[in-house]
Design a binder for this molecule. Structure first.
Ligand code: URA
Ligand code: SF4
Length: 217
């Protein structure tokens, strides 16, 4: 977890995330609001260094209003352990915040309508590492890449280190992928340690935090 934010800043981050979540819960920007039980804004540690971004809520997520709580979520919890992470220290969300009926793939207009919420969550949390789960979140940063070619490889995009991963549900449905996914998550642990060492040497938060501190004190 990141320690460089003051308590006051931390409080602001939490409030900003809650305001985003409140807007997501009543959002009608695309038609998915008509069939959802509950929107799933995302959850996790506001101090998260690592943000996991999946595709869209499934049945259980839609029922509970929480991300990755079904079978794929159980498996994700195991994978997090392999990376040396606890669920409580990361932030988990999806590119689309409401369940597509029958778990169909999200449509381009739904992805576009929902994207600003993820943008805001990223701006507020400012993770060091973004882990994309599946092709819809991958294509946000690497629109032309193939997951079979780039899975598990970290690339710097601006201030973020982005690591595309296979979706945990894909590994559950295709046993041949399981070993690959588990290795990728083990490697993720090392990638995160490296990212920490880099930012310790050169803090990327400085430009954005100075003005906030000046306003506060
Ligand atoms: N699959 C996803 O992509 N997201 C969830 O929240 C659950 C399953
Ligand atoms: Fe709004 Fe996103 Fe839900 Fe569509 S999927 S209604 S854009 S929160």
């Amino acid at each position: 977890m990141r320690e460089e934010r003051s308590e006051v800043e931390q409080q602001r981050v939490e409030e900003q995330l809650e305001r985003i979540a409140q807007r997501v819960r009543v959002c009608t920007r695309c038609d998915l609001w008509r069939t959802r039980t509950q929107a799933v804004p995302g959850e996790g540690n506001p101090r998260a260094e690592v943000m996991f971004i999946g595709e869209a809520p499934g049945y259980h997520e839609d029922q509970q209003g929480r991300p990755f709580v079904g079978a794929a979520g159980q498996y994700l919890n195991e994978l997090l352990q392999r990376a040396g992470l606890r669920r409580e220290e990361v932030y988990i969300t999806n590119v689309v915040k409401c369940r597509p009926p029958g778990n169909r793939d999200p449509l381009p207009d739904e992805l576009a309508a929902c994207a600003p919420y993820l943008d805001e969550q990223l701006e507020v949390i400012r993770p060091r590492v973004i882990v994309t789960l599946g092709r819809y979140s991958m294509s946000r940063w690497f629109p032309t890449e193939k997951i079979s070619r780039v899975h598990g490889q970290a690339r710097r995009v601006g201030n973020y280190l982005v690591v595309p991963m296979y979706h945990p549900a894909a590994a559950l449905h295709q046993p041949a992928l399981k070993e690959l996914v588990e290795k990728d998550f083990e490697k993720l642990g090392e990638i995160i340690s490296q990212a920490r060492a880099e930012t310790a040497a050169m803090p990327d938060d400085a430009p954005q935090e100075k003005p906030q501190q000046m306003r506060l004190f």
